[in-house]
Design a protein around this ligand. Structure first.
Ligand code: DC
Length: 238
């Protein structure tokens, strides 16, 4: 575990503590983040789901991705909350209806990555994400949580894992769901998605200067959770 650069140590009064968990897809952020939220009794934010819900809402409303005003209106009006689970993806409640399964398709993932490159949409979702920062605390999972959305977070973690480890995890997840998958194709999809997330002009995927970097390639979810909790205790002086 390495710290990419020391933080300034300055602390401002803030409404609630936040742990940010950023990293590429398949690094285990979702599983780790949900367990952390449950153990701490904190709120949970799956920011990727917000981009997915925006894409879904746009498709349902027949809103073209060139219609920035329409997209921003949809993103700003979303009434979404998350319920963390152990052992599965978080429940994503849109107007109190669980739409987790509907947004976690390959098609909505692709559309989400298209809306995620639009700065006005990111700006609208930025405000939405910040309103989810409520006592007693928030665990926020995404790509730019520590760099853009919660730059003053209590603890920032960048969770990485080798592309091979991430492809294998994804392969096992999909196999468990009874789907017919190809490991080499998954590895290629992960490579393409990493490149798109890292090379994007707005809010690219990268560790915050003061993030702790944890490589989860050879760690279980429980081990990563324990490391994050131990870092949190250190940060809180316990
Ligand atoms: O983590 P995910 O697969 O659900 O994310 C869906 C898309 O949203 C993905 O293309 C990256 C983008 N995203 C983003 O740009 N910023 C975030 N904080 C989270 C996700």
């Amino acid at each position: 575990m390495a710290k990419s650069r020391s933080s300034s140590g300055s602390r401002r009064a803030r409404p609630a503590a936040v742990i940010t968990l950023d990293g590429p897809s398949g690094a285990g952020k979702g599983s780790v983040g949900q367990r952390l939220a449950i153990q701490l009794g904190w709120h949970f934010l799956d920011s990727g789901a917000l981009y997915r819900v925006t894409a879904l809402a746009a498709r349902q409303a027949g809103c073209d991705f060139g219609d920035i005003t329409g997209l921003v209106g949809l993103a700003s009006g979303l009434n979404v909350r998350f319920e963390p689970q152990v052992g599965s993806d978080a429940c994503v409640l849109l107007d109190d209806r669980d739409i987790g399964d509907v947004i976690r398709t390959e098609e909505i993932g692709r559309l989400a990555s298209e809306v995620a490159v639009l700065p006005p949409v990111r700006q609208a979702l930025l405000k939405k994400q910040q309103t989810l920062r409520q006592p007693p605390g928030l665990v926020a999972d995404g790509r730019d949580m520590g760099t853009v959305v919660f730059p003053d977070a209590e603890l920032k973690v960048f969770l990485s894992a080798s592309p091979a480890a991430r492809a294998e995890r994804r392969y096992n997840q999909l196999k468990d769901k009874g789907l017919d998958v190809n490991l080499a194709r998954l590895a290629e999809e992960i490579r393409v998605r990493d490149a798109r997330d890292e090379e994007r002009e707005v809010s690219p995927l990268k560790p915050a200067d003061d993030a702790y970097i944890i490589d989860s390639s050879h760690l279980s979810i429980a081990q990563v959770v324990e490391r994050v909790l131990s870092l949190l205790r250190k940060r809180q002086g316990r």
